[in-house]
Design a protein around this ligand. Structure first.
Ligand code: HEC
Length: 115
C-alpha cells in the first residue's frame, strides 16, 4: 500500500510538471532571461502578464521600432500606460543590451494581423 502511494505521488508530480511545461508556451531565450534578470526588468515585467508594468506582449502590440523601445527604456513615457505607476529610467542598460531586449519584445508582436 505504501508503495502505491509513493507511485501515485510520482505520477501526480510528473503530471503537474508535464502540464506546467506544456503551458509554458512563451519560450524566452536564455540570453534574454539573463538580461532581464541582470537589469531587474523581470521584477516588474512578465512576458505575457501584467505585473507592475505591462506585459511585453502588450508592449509589442504598440508596434514601436526597436530604437523607439530603447529610447523608452532610457526615458519612459508614463502617459503611454494609464493606470500604471511610472517606470524609472533605466539608463544603466548598455545600448547593445537594450537593443536585444527591444528586439525580443518586438518579436512577441502578433504575427499575422487580423484584418
Ligand atoms: C520598477 C518596475 C520596473 C522595472 C524595473 C522596469 N520596468 Fe518597464 N515599465 C514599468 C511600468 C510601471 C511601465 C508602464 C509605465 C511607464 O511606461 O512609465 C513600464 C513600461 C515599459 C515599456 C513600455 C514603454 C512605453 O512607453 O510603451 C517597456 C518597453 C519597458 N517597460 C521595458 C522595460 C525593460 C526592458 C526593463 C529592464 C531594463 C524595464 N522595463 C524595467 C515598470 C518597470
Amino acid at each position: 500500500m505504501k508503495k502505491n502511494i509513493g507511485l501515485l505521488w510520482a505520477t501526480a508530480v510528473a503530471t503537474v510538471m508535464g502540464i506546467s511545461s506544456a503551458n509554458a508556451q512563451v519560450k524566452v531565450p536564455e540570453e534574454i532571461t539573463t538580461l532581464m534578470n541582470k537589469y531587474t526588468c523581470s521584477a516588474c515585467h512578465r512576458v505575457d502578464a501584467r505585473l507592475v508594468g505591462p506585459a511585453y506582449t502588450d508592449v509589442a502590440k504598440k508596434k514601436y521600432t526597436n530604437e523607439k523601445i530603447v529610447e523608452l527604456i532610457y526615458k519612459p513615457v508614463p502617459a503611454n500606460w494609464p493606470g500604471y505607476p511610472p517606470m524609472a529610467p533605466m539608463t544603466q542598460v548598455p545600448k547593445p543590451d537594450a537593443l536585444k531586449l527591444a528586439a525580443y519584445i518586438n518579436s512577441l508582436a502578433p504575427k499575422a494581423a487580423k484584418k
